[in-house]
Design a protein around this ligand. Structure first.
Ligand code: KIV
Length: 271
């Protein structure tokens, strides 16, 4: 591939590398990615994980929620990201209602892994039997707890989850259960920082936080939020790294370094 003619090829990270980072106390950096050009920049900056998130429905397609995103759209964007990646581990979202029945979940995970080249699929909620089934067939699963954007029409609005002791305990229990069901990774979205710390120390799988404070094993942001180019208001938990950067590669590099050095997120980004 001419694009990489002068660049040294390196092998992609595996789930074992991510678990080793958790065990060593090294923070895992993650950004969402939706196309080849950004995939290459994120990869070259040394970011450990790329999430092809169904947030693409909002930041790429201009929809108001992630609900309309289809599996075919996820396959297309995952292919774009995988085509340009060398080192970063790639996770792809199973979109809304694409894993609501066992056979459908397996078929759609196959599309993301076989046709598109994802190394892991992510699904929202503690759907233990679906996680167990996918894992049984060799599909690595990332669970997603806390705020579940695909449930926005039940929630009514995007808001912090796990604020009462009952709700917090439920999230800790769900985290333990998704690990027992075989999930290899957990994304925890929009929960109080002390709850995220409890979750991260309650499970041995890496916990990647977004709006979940500094004590998770890693951090993820929506790429367009951290570049300050998202439509609408940037969430409190995000930071516009373009404000201090000389260009886009520098902003991505600054984010990666800030996660590794525990400079991001700060208390003003936490609940
Ligand atoms: O779709 C997405 O970008 C996500 C992140 C918000 C974690 O799931």
């Amino acid at each position: 591939m001419a694009l990489y003619a002068e660049e040294q090829r390196v092998s992609a990270l595996s789930i074992l590398d991510l678990v080793a980072m958790k065990q060593a106390g090294e923070k895992i950096s993650c950004l969402t990615a939706y196309d080849a050009s950004f995939s290459r920049l994120i990869d070259l900056a040394g970011v450990d994980l790329m999430l092809v998130g169904d947030s693409l429905g909002m930041v790429v397609q201009g929809k108001t929620t992630t609900v309309p995103v289809s599996i075919d759209e996820m396959v297309y964007h995952t292919q774009c990201v995988v085509n340009a990646r060398q080192r970063a581990f790639v996770i792809a979202d199973l979109p809304f209602l694409s894993y609501s029945a066992p056979e459908m979940a397996v078929q759609n995970a196959a599309k993301l892994m076989q046709a598109a080249g994802a190394q892991m699929v992510k699904l929202e909620g503690a759907h233990l039997s679906i996680i167990e089934l996918l894992v049984e067939f060799g599909v690595p699963v990332c669970a997603h707890l806390g705020l579940l954007p695909q449930s926005i029409n039940q929630l009514g609005r995007y808001k912090v989850q796990g604020k009462t002791e009952n709700d917090a305990e439920k999230i800790v229990e769900e985290a333990r259960k998704v690990e027992q069901a075989g999930a290899s990774l957990l994304v925890l979205e929009c929960v109080p920082a002390d709850l995220a710390k409890r979750v991260s120390t309650s499970v041995s799988i890496p916990v990647i936080g977004i709006g979940a404070g500094a004590d998770c094993d890693g951090q993820v942001l929506v790429l367009y939020d951290m570049l300050g180019i998202s439509l609408g208001k940037r969430p409190k938990f995000s930071q516009d790294f373009m404000k201090t950067a000389k260009n886009i590669p520098d902003a991505i590099q600054q984010y990666h370094q800030a996660v590794k050095l525990l400079a991001f997120p700060a208390s003003e980004h936490s609940y």
